[in-house]
Design a protein. Structure first.
Length: 88
């Protein structure tokens, strides 16, 4: 993917991860995009490790894995930043 494509995929995956998670997440669009990019990269890597072949159409398994990974990253990020605020 190109850099622009990666950012757009990260935005889409990040937004879908925020929709999947209950409650309000206390971070902005930049963090959403970064978590989405991380989720997309890790999700695509996991899909390739599981033997999912690239197709000409929409790779639903890759997208579902990407959103799930981004949601997990979001929960981890929220837990870390919440603890940091409690300590300060």
């Amino acid at each position: 993917m190109t850099i622009i494509g990666t950012i757009i995929a990260g935005l889409v995956v990040g937004i879908l991860a925020r929709v999947v998670l209950p409650g309000k997440q206390a971070y902005g669009w930049i963090v959403t995009i970064l978590l989405g990019i991380g989720g997309a990269l890790i999700g695509y890597w996991l899909a390739s490790m599981m033997g999912v072949a690239e197709t000409g159409g929409i790779d639903w398994i890759r997208w579902i894995l990407s959103v799930a990974v981004a949601a997990v990253l979001s929960v981890i990020f929220s837990a870390i930043t919440k603890r940091r605020k409690e300590v300060l």
